[in-house]
Design a protein around this ligand. Structure first.
Ligand SMILES: [Zn+2]
Length: 390
């Protein structure tokens, strides 16, 4: 009797230990079929060679179809502007995507959108905060030189300065003035509309550092969806790395701001050696959890000093082909469509049945080796105690 009571107590402690994850795992809706989305970031302002890279990616995506006849989608997280080399002293001066040097990039993006293989997301007016960058330039001649270059790559900036929504000119970084945030959000949404002729729906915070003010401002400007890594990082620490805030997100969560959250939950960066086998392993894990696989895939795989364009195209092509073969019910949808399904409970994509939820729960919960070991030990002790009592 003492043994059973002790084991019951252990179970209570275990459930208390995983209570947040348990509540989130249970409340997050389950998918009806596996879903794969490529999440492309950092496109737009930058080298003109992006235009050809985008056309090539669109061609590769256009070769494939899911069972419903839909093409795979790469979301294009767009950076709308960057430094104007003719006005290096004016921090706010920028070249937009309708500048004659960048219209080929905008055309390639829109061609992919019209073909149904690209879906636009707002990544930001710039992949930095202009005034923060200007402050950092005053003490760093190399940064000032970067700003004078012709169509420079923001990937070359120090990581802390690539965060748009915190002041990374000092570390630990400092919070921005809320009025400055609201003004810049209004401006970037208007610029997106001006350049693409359509309102942005999905926002992706640069480097995943943002604040509640940014979220609220995006919602007020008409955005509906927020791409997250599962947690909000609000600042960068003394080591320059994003710091935990304790604000977590799950797929389909209605945030306090009113935005619907989706979680980008893995990487597919061919320049870092990711190949079809890695992508398939990730898809298998996410499908066991009845979650979509949102694969982060940066521009730097295709454009820039470290890019391996042809290798990266082949890696995407082979992953899609293998995924279609392994999972005949695989769905290709945009993040926007996915978020709409979460918001409305759309039964074409979601399975609200109890069996799906019960199947997904252990896969969602037991994602760490430590949790799996503790649960295994508890199950063993329970069986042992019941057998002893019998
Ligand atoms: Zn980015």
């Amino acid at each position: 009797m003492y043994l059973i009571s002790a084991i019951l107590l252990f179970w209570v402690v275990f459930v208390f230990w995983v209570r947040r994850e348990l509540a989130e795992a249970w409340s997050e809706p389950c998918l009806r079929s596996p879903v794969l989305v490529f999440e492309g970031d950092d496109w737009g302002f930058g080298p003109m060679e992006q235009a050809q890279a985008l056309l090539d990616i669109a061609e590769v995506l256009g070769r494939h179809r899911d069972a419903q006849g839909r093409c795979p989608v790469m979301t294009i997280g767009v950076i709308l502007s960057g430094p104007d080399p003719t006005q290096p002293e004016n921090a706010e001066a920028g070249l937009g995507l309708d500048d004659e040097k960048l219209v080929c990039v905008r055309s390639a993006i829109l061609k992919g959108v019209n073909a149904g293989v690209f879906s636009l997301q707002l990544h930001g007016m710039q992949h930095y905060h202009p005034q923060v960058l200007a402050r950092a330039c005053r003490s760093d001649p190399a940064l000032a030189e970067w700003r004078r270059r012709h169509l420079p790559s923001t990937e070359d900036l120090p990581p802390a300065l690539q965060s748009r929504w915190t002041d990374g000119s000092v570390l630990p970084s400092r919070a921005l003035d809320p009025q400055d945030i609201h003004r810049r959000v209004v401006a970037e949404v208007a610029e997106f509309r001006r350049v693409f002729g359509t309102d942005p729906v999905v926002a992706v915070p640069p480097t995943f550092v943002w604040s509640a003010e940014v979220e609220t401002a995006w919602a007020a400007a008409g955005l509906r969806v927020l791409v997250t890594p599962g947690e909000r990082y609000e600042s960068r620490g003394a080591d320059g790395l994003p710091t935990d805030s304790g604000h977590f997100y799950h797929n389909g969560q209605r945030c306090d701001s009113g935005l619907i959250a989706v979680v980008r939950n893995d990487y597919y960066e061919p320049v870092r050696g990711h190949r079809a086998s890695n992508g398939i392993a990730a898809l298998t894990r996410k499908w066991a959890q009845r979650r979509p696989l949102l694969l982060e895939t940066h521009r730097s795989n295709f454009v820039g000093r470290q890019a391996r364009h042809q290798d990266s195209l082949a890696a995407i092509d082979s992953l899609i082909a293998e995924a279609c073969k392994r999972y005949p019910t695989l769905c290709f949808v945009s993040v926007e469509a996915l978020a709409d399904a979460y918001a409305t409970g759309g039964s074409a994509l979601l399975d609200h049945g109890l069996p799906a939820r019960l199947r997904a729960l252990p896969a969602r919960l037991l994602t760490t080796g430590r949790r799996r070991k503790v649960l295994l030990l508890l199950c063993f002790l329970t069986v042992f105690a019941v057998a002893l009592a019998a």
